[in-house]
Design a protein around this ligand. Sequence first.
Ligand SMILES: CC(C)(COP(=O)(O)OP(=O)(O)OC[C@H]1O[C@@H](n2cnc3c(N)ncnc32)[C@H](O)[C@@H]1OP(=O)(O)O)[C@@H](O)C(=O)NCCC(=O)NCCS
Length: 153
Amino acid sequence: MNVRGAIPDDAEAISDVLEELVAAGKRTKPGDAAFVLRHYIVDPDRVQCSVAVDDDGRILGLQSLKRAREGNSYGTPVGWGIIGTHVRPSAARKGVGRGLFAAIRDAAHAAGLERIEAYIGADNDVALDYYGALGFRVHRHEDGIVCKVYEVA
Ligand SMILES: CC(C)(COP(=O)(O)OP(=O)(O)OC[C@H]1O[C@@H](n2cnc3c(N)ncnc32)[C@H](O)[C@@H]1OP(=O)(O)O)[C@@H](O)C(=O)NCCC(=O)NCCS
């Protein structure tokens, strides 16, 4: 597995990852290529958007890190990072998410971010465990949401 920065030409393949999650009942938000391009790849608040790719060049997952701006929809404190992670169900629990975070953590450090927040559904036990395994700790709750924070060393 290789981790690299996402480019606009990846939008269709990343959309395929998100559609696999939708089909598995693990995602409800949009997942089309236009959304991927706008929301992850060329978002003006992007710090890093990484993809994990297998030996055949197939995208297995993505991780997005953005800088929180005033009025962001997650209520994340301004200047913190906001993280999102999406791994194909067919590639789950094989270290893809862990590999993606190694690159994102480096990007956060290079960008001078001190904290990264994950906005997680309170019923999403897998994501809660995943972020916990990476060192994220609970720091606030909203209705149906658990927010975990990672202190960037
Ligand atoms: C959450 C998600 C990103 C994890 O990605 P992944 O590539 O499967 O994770 P990894 O294989 O790197 O696992 C890293 C650690 O996370 C935890 N973990 C991952 N999947 C788990 C599961 N199904 N049950 C319990 N713990 C799990 C484990 O501690 C694991 O370490 P271990 O395998 O050494 O025990 C992936 O399941 C996913 O994309 N889920 C759907 C989308 C989503 O909910 N994203 C988060 C939104 S906030």
